[in-house]
Design a protein around this ligand. Structure first.
Ligand SMILES: [Ca+2]
Length: 502
């Protein structure tokens, strides 16, 4: 029986390379060949605009049983930061393993290969090492004229056997089943909707359906897989079937009690209603979101998160049913944080804590579950970590650090800072009008704003021990001059000077 299993494994895995070679070595009688187990699969799950509004992060309003169950089987990274708080730059960084300032693209419109044409992306590296790589939904930012990164994937189809053409962005755009016509010159319809429909009538349900089909396909093929599942929620518009709204009693939600920008922050550090103002009926410019609107938006964000959580739960249940879980590494990441009116900010597009902090949960065979770590980590760390866990070689270009030592010892000493960027006044089609370079240390957030020629225009400093909500910029106070100078030196020394102690 044992022999038969081995033979079948060999036949099904042969094309994958690694095991095939080992099996052949055994046949050839190589005495020193280390026994290789079946390559570990990767389930790579993204949730768009997900802040840690999750039960496992201690959020009192969240209803996220499936993500919480994943956390019970994995490690929750409580102090994890994106490298830029907007979709494409964050995802480009995570998927290439390079930081935004290395790639030199800070906007949504520019394809990363225009700056780093030959970079080997995370899925591409797995593809080159015997994995079948596929994705359903949004992994790369395929909107704003950006297209899918073809070299990353073995298949571009949303379902196995489906047409391999890349779905145009318009087909994937998040929307209610019948999007209302935007009114009043707005680009988007209403910011919330609660249609009384089945889960699979909306995009994330369809994405889960596609992911389930892919898992069934991979179970049949027996080949190692890297499957990207990119959920579109809780990104605006906050659309979820009515039942997910009904799960949450609206009375529990309260608007933020602090809706003014940090005192003495430069005006370009904040965006106010920003992205929300592109939705029908929402305030514009300096107009404020009313309490009633705020509660409805917060309710929508939590309902959309519960909806996404349920779809993720369906995918993980199928992974269990197919017997694939014990050999599959699961990583869940939001692409950046989100602000729900705190400090007057809606959405992301800044360098503050709520926009740059985003969840990361890793559940991998051979590592303990139910762990949490407060160590500072960055999304750029995912690439080397997934390589180390699976045994796929790490390319030389990576700018992150494998967090595998934290999976083994969550309380160990780690990075002294995490880094994020936000271009001054935003960036469009490659044009940048100055930069905000931010650094999060265990206690402080420091940001240097500059012109394009690197002349400083402003500094920000927040002390989370005394000011957890970033209400007062200390950098303008003379008594903090020494600390500002110290932080400036550390920021300029950059990520290479903030690596974990050996
Ligand atoms: Ca996003």
């Amino acid at each position: 029986m044992k022999q038969r299993m081995k033979r079948r494994e060999f036949l099904t895995m042969g094309a994958a390379g690694a095991l095939g070679i080992t099996a052949l070595s055994r046949v050839a009688g190589a005495q020193n060949a280390a026994p290789r187990r079946k390559p570990m699969n990767v389930l790579f799950i993204a949730a768009d605009d997900l802040r840690p509004a999750l039960g496992c992060y201690g959020d009192r309003w969240a209803i996220t049983p499936n993500i919480d169950a994943l956390a019970q089987r994995g490690t929750v990274f409580e102090a994890n930061y994106c490298q830029q708080a907007v979709c494409a730059p964050s995802r480009n960084s995570l998927l290439t393993g390079l930081r935004p300032d290395t790639i030199g693209i800070y906007d949504l419109q520019t394809y990363f290969r225009t700056k780093v044409p030959n970079v080997v992306t995370l899925p591409q590296q797995f593809k080159a090492h015997g994995y079948t790589t596929a994705r359903v939904g949004k992994i790369y930012h395929v909107y704003h004229g950006n297209s899918e990164d073809v070299p990353s994937w073995s298949s571009l189809a949303e379902r196995p056997g489906a047409s391999a053409k890349v779905a145009p962005a318009s087909e994937e755009a998040p929307a209610a089943p019948t999007p209302p016509t935007p009114a009043g010159g707005r680009r988007n319809g209403p910011p919330t909707a609660s249609p009384d429909v089945a889960d699979s009538n909306l995009q994330d349900g369809k994405i889960a359906d596609g992911a389930i089909e892919w898992l069934q396909h991979f179970q049949q093929s027996g080949k190692p897989f890297f499957l990207g599942v990119g959920f579109l929620k809780p990104h605006l518009a906050f659309v979820a079937p009515q039942k997910y709204w009904d799960m949450h009693d609206p009375k529990k939600f309260k608007p933020s009690d602090d809706r003014t920008p940090p005192i003495d922050a430069p005006p370009y550090a904040t965006h106010g209603v920003g992205e929300l103002s592109t939705y029908a009926g929402m305030p514009r410019g300096s107009e404020k979101v009313s309490d009633e609107e705020a509660v409805k938006l917060i309710h929508g964000y939590y309902a959309a998160t519960s909806y996404m959580d349920a779809q993720l739960g369906r995918v993980l249940a199928e992974l269990d049913r197919l017997g694939l879980r014990e050999n599959t590494l699961i990583v869940l990441w939001g692409d950046h944080g989100f602000q729900l009116g705190e400090n007057g900010e809606w959405a992301k597009h800044n360098n503050y804590e709520l926009s740059t902090r985003s969840p990361m949960i890793v559940s991998a065979p051979g590592f303990k579950g139910g762990q949490k770590t407060r160590a500072l980590t960055e999304f750029v760390d995912i690439y080397p970590s997934l390589c180390e866990i699976t045994g796929v070689p790490m390319p030389n270009h990576l700018e992150g650090t494998s967090f595998v030592p934290l999976l083994k010892q969550p309380t160990r000493a780690w990075k002294s800072a995490a880094f994020s960027h936000w271009p001054r006044g935003g960036s469009r089609n490659g044009v940048v009008n100055g930069m905000g370079r931010a650094m999060r240390t265990p206690r402080y957030r420091f940001c240097e704003w500059t012109h394009n020629d690197d002349t400083p225009t402003a500094y920000e400093l927040y002390d989370y021990q005394t000011d957890p909500h970033e209400d007062v910029n200390l950098a303008v106070k003379p008594e903090y001059a020494a600390l500002v100078a110290q932080m400036k030196t550390k920021l300029h020394a950059g990520w290479k000077a903030a690596l974990p102690p050996r």
